[in-house]
Structures are given as structure tokens and as C-alpha cells.
Design a protein around this ligand. Structure first.
Ligand code: TXA
Ligand code: MG
Length: 506
């Protein structure tokens, strides 16, 4: 731990193999058994591009149990490395333990010896490094090596989630989001002279009744101590938000829900287990202590645990539930970068934490348990399909202007200043120098427009959602006469994209 080389060296990522980089399909004997996750290659490319050295750290105790041979394991490892190499991804070394627990070796997870040796050999800074895996021992390995652990729910991750220690917040769906998590921390660390101090100071401001803008994986939030009415009232003032519009309470661990919700139905519990931290807000019966200002007098409270490392760190350090709407003037486009907040609300808030661009880019999905059967009040960053796969069919409430249900459902919302018009299928577009175009993956008439924003050339809905609000802002800043917007396919995150476009177009 005291070796200075470790503090000046390069950051590394130690990646578990089965369930993290490739599908966990039992004992893998030959290259034919290997299925690399589709997110693995792009995720590793981004990590490498940001300067991370990549390692595979895998445990293959089936060898000790006579279920597969060392040669089979080596062949599969070499195949994975070669497949990644063919994509231009360099794996420095495969750290592979083939022993059983009885061997008393020092290479079995969570023994940090192999990581410490790699750090010496390759000149790594473990304090800026990560271990990613789908087993609690991967997180423990990180802790013992002085690195950070990121737990993926792919592979066996969902099954062992309950065995994780309470304090672990880096829990992500898979390798793609794991890379986002690591890159976010890496970039924030590069930007700030002392990130820890910055977060600690922001937490202190929150505790003292301040209003702090902070990043989440969906959009930036404007936060205040949910138990402090004067602080919460300032949020409404800064945003110009009507008091009938309730705020979402943000927590840093599932256990904090009990502080604000009077009751957590079994289906809500299941969703928390599966999707938190993440872009899902649950509307639950509130506890009496939660102020009417936060809930706009409703008997329910909206609560969510965000997935951004800085958000979780901030809330954890503040030690209070944080009420926060999106950090934009009421009715306007939500901010997905710290600059968006600074330009509109900069002077009015006590601090802005810069966590880089929001990875999801559209607000959380809101699911209400106020009635007998769960109802989606707002489609958002968690796909409806994922929710239904977990708890069965849910009803989606139609957009409405009825109050006070959910003003995020107001017919006009998320609006740019420039008139926005939805493109009707197959219609010829007027175009012109003073017209802008938002297109999902490209449009044959692009050349006819003064400015064009393509949300995802690859046609990836997640990428498109992440770009939507920034694209709207860029076009809005050009002072065009009109913005034409093309709909995305109406499934997955496409639903949330189309919902925001529809409201912006009113
Ligand atoms: O992704 C998000 O949810 C972001 C980030 C910052 O977490 N937050 C966000 O907050 O979008 P906001 O205030 O812009 O939208 C929250 C929506 C509002 O439309 C509000 O009416 C609704 O959630 N909401 C909050 N509490 C509710 C409740 N008890 N019942 C019904 N709707 C509620
Ligand atoms: Mg695994």
C-alpha cells in the first residue's frame, strides 16, 4: 500500500470473465462455448481510450474439482483475449486461479495478491483502479486491494445481490453501465483538483439547508434536504415551479426508503432489488413526517436511488434524503450537463457538482403504487419492458393536464423556446436555412436543413436518449424559426424519447 509507484501509476480495470465479459454458461471448455456480451467490446474500447490498463481476473475452481481441465481453461482464456485483440483491445494479462478453497493459495478471490503483483509489474495505481464482477467476492477483492469495486447484475449478479455488504452502491446492470460508472469517476477525478473535498463541501451545504445541483444518470437535479421546508421552498423559487408539483426524494441506499415511505408493497420491493440504483422512481404511500411541500399535499411520495457515483456519494455524505426536481426552469428542457445548469440557474444555487454528461439522458420512469395496481405515470430511463418482465403487465397512464397527479405529465413540458414540430411519417419536409431537424438515425433530406442533430447513427435507442436534450438545446440556441423532430421507434427507450418530443411539440 505504501509503494509510491502505485500512487503515480496508471489506472487499471480487473474484469471478471464469466457473467461480466462473456455469458456465464457453466464450465466453458472450448472456444465454441464462448458468447461475448454485445456491450463488452464498446465498453472496453472506451475504458482503454481513457487510459485504463485492462486485465481479466477469473476464478475457475472447476479445475480443482475435476470438472474441467487446466488446458481447457487456458484455451478459453486465450480465445477471449484473441477475440478482444481482434477488436483492437489489449488485455495485459489474465489472472486466473484454478484452485479450490482448500488449497490455501494466495490467488483465489478475494485475495488481493495477484492485483498487488500486477500493480508492481505494470506500474498501476490501484487507488484509481477498479474490479468489475458479478460476485460479491469481486467487490471484496477490490476493497482488499485498495481499488473500487463495481458489481454487475449480469451473470450471477442478480442471484447474489442480497449477499453484498450494505455500503456497496456501485451496482449496475452490466458491463456497459459499469464502464459508464468508471469513466464518470475517472473524468470527474481529472476535472477536479480534489473531488472528495468538493463532494464533502456540497454535502455540507445540503445539510445546512443549501440548494445544490448534482448529476444523476438521468438528468441533473436541484437538491435540498427533504426534511427542511425552507430549503425545499428555495427549490420551488429557483425553478419557478408551481407548488402543486411534488418533488422526487433521492436516497443513497434502499434502506432509506423506509424513512419516507409508510409502506413498500412486495412488487415495489422486487423492483428496488432489481433496478436500484437506476432510473426508476416509485410513488409510495408517504410517512407522516414527509412534508406537504415535498409531496404537494399528496398522500404519496416519489422516491428513487440514482446510479451516478457522485449523486450517491453526495447523498450518503449528507446523510439526509434529498428532494430534487430536474435542475431547469419549470417546463423547460432538462439539463444533461453541468454547463446547462450553470447557464440557466448558475447564480441561484449554492453549488454545482460537475459529473459530466448524463449517461441515460432522459428522466426516470415513474411508477405509482398509489392504487391497487401499479401505474406508469411517466415513461423514462428504465424500459417498460424491463419492469413488466419483473412484475408483470403494468398500465401506462395517458398524458394529462389533470392536477395534481404528476406535472411531469403536463402536456407541454421539456420545451425549447423554438417551435418544435413532429415529423409525420413519409411527409416531405419543408427544410430551409432557418429550419432545424432532429432525426433518430439520419434522414434523406438532411442537406435541406440549416442544422441537423442525429441522435444515433447506429440506431441505438440508449445512445439516442442520452443525446436528446443536448440536441434540443443546441438547435434551440441557433435562433431558428422551427425545429422538425422525427420520432424514434416506439419501444424501449424510444417510448421516453417520443414522449419528451410530443410534450416539447405542444
Ligand atoms: O430522473 C429524474 O427523475 C430526475 C432526476 C433529477 O432524478 N428528476 C425529475 O424530477 O425528473 P422532476 O421534478 O422534474 O419530475 C418529477 C415528476 C414530477 O412530474 C412530479 O409531479 C412527479 O415526478 N412526482 C413526484 N412525486 C409524486 C407523487 N407523489 N405522485 C405523483 N407524481 C409525483
Ligand atoms: Mg463471474
Amino acid at each position: 500500500m505504501t509503494d509510491p509507484a502505485r500512487h503515480t501509476g496508471r489506472p487499471a480495470v480487473f474484469l471478471d470473465r464469466d457473467g461480466t465479459l462473456i455469458e456465464d454458461r457453466g464450465w466453458l471448455r472450448s472456444p465454441a462455448d464462448v458468447r461475448i456480451f454485445s456491450d463488452t467490446v464498446p465498453a472496453l474500447k472506451r475504458l482503454a481510450a481513457a487510459g485504463h490498463e485492462l486485465f481479466i481476473a477469473t476464478q475457475q475452481s472447476g479445475v480443482a474439482r475435476g470438472l474441467l481441465t487446466a488446458e481447457e481453461v487456458r484455451t478459453v482464456n486465450a480465445h477471449v483475449v484473441a477475440r478482444l485483440a481482434a477488436e483492437g483491445i489489449v488485455i495485459r494479462e489474465v489472472l486466473c486461479c484454478m484452485h479450490g478453497p482448500e488449497a490455501g493459495c494466495d490467488c483465489r478471490k478475494p485475495n488481493p495478491a495477484p492485483l498487488l503483483r500486477a500493480a508492481d509489474e505494470f506500474g498501476l495505481d490501484l487507488s484509481r483502479s477498479f474490479v468489475v464482477g458479478d460476485h460479491p467476492h469481486d467487490v471484496e477483492l477490490a476493497r482488499r486491494a485498495g481499488a473500487r469495486g463495481v458489481y454487475v447484475r449480469s451473470g450471477h449478479g442478480d442471484r447474489h445481490r442480497d449477499e453484498l455488504p450494505e455500503h456497496v452502491t456501485a451496482i449496475v446492470p452490466g458491463i456497459r453501465e459499469a464502464a459508464e460508472w468508471m469513466l464518470t469517476l475517472h473524468a470527474a477525478g481529472e476535472r477536479s483538483a480534489d473531488l472528495d473535498a468538493e463532494v464533502a463541501q456540497a454535502a455540507d451545504r445540503l445539510r445546512r439547508g443549501g440548494v445544490v445541483a448534482f448529476p444523476t444518470e438521468t438528468v441533473y437535479g436541484l437538491g435540498a434536504d427533504a426534511r427542511n421546508d425552507a430549503a425545499v421552498a428555495r427549490i420551488f423559487e429557483i425553478k419557478g415551479r408551481p407548488r402543486f408539483d411534488p418533488l422526487i426524494v433521492h436516497v443513497s441506499e434502499p434502506g432509506m426508503v423506509a424513512d419516507v415511505a409508510a409502506e413498500i408493497p412486495p412488487a415495489a420491493r422486487e423492483l428496488i432489488r432489481r433496478f436500484w440504483p437506476g432510473p426508476l422512481t416509485l410513488v409510495l404511500p408517504k410517512r407522516a413526517e414527509v412534508s406537504d411541500l415535498v409531496t404537494a399535499g399528496l398522500p404519496t411520495v416519489g422516491v428513487r436511488m440514482p446510479r451516478h457515483p457522485l449523486a450517491l456519494e453526495l447523498i450518503h455524505r449528507a446523510g439526509v434524503p434529498v428532494a430534487a426536481p430536474s435542475a431547469n426552469p419549470f417546463g423547460r428542457t432538462s439539463p444533461t450537463r453541468a454547463e446547462h445548469v450553470a447557464s440557466r440557474l448558475g447564480g441561484a444555487v449554492d453549488a454545482i457538482l460537475d459529473g459530466g454528461p448524463c449517461a441515460v439522458g432522459v428522466e426516470s420512469t415513474i411508477l405509482s403504487f398509489a392504487e391497487e395496481r401499479p401505474v406508469v405515470l411517466r415513461v423514462g430511463g428504465l424500459e417498460l419492458e424491463a419492469i413488466e418482465a419483473a412484475i408483470g403487465p403494468v398500465r401506462v397512464a395517458p398524458p394529462t393536464d389533470d392536477l395534481p397527479l404528476a406535472p411531469g405529465r403536463l402536456l407541454r413540458h421539456y420545451a425549447p423556446h423554438t417551435r418544435l414540430v413532429l415529423v409525420e411519417e413519409a411527409a416531405a419536409l419543408p427544410g430551409g436555412a432557418r429550419a432545424g431537424l432532429i432525426t433518430f438515425r439520419g434522414h434523406p433530406q438532411e442537406a435541406a436543413f440549416g442544422a441537423v442533430e442525429v441522435l444515433s447513427r447506429a440506431g441505438d435507442l440508449r445512445e439516442a436518449a442520452a443525446h436528446l436534450f443536448a440536441a434540443m438545446r443546441r438547435l434551440d440556441a441557433l435562433g431558428l424559426d422551427v425545429i422538425h423532430a422525427e420520432r424514434a421507434p416506439d419501444h424501449g427507450l424510444g417510448r421516453a424519447i417520443n414522449d419528451r418530443l410530443r410534450r416539447a411539440a405542444r
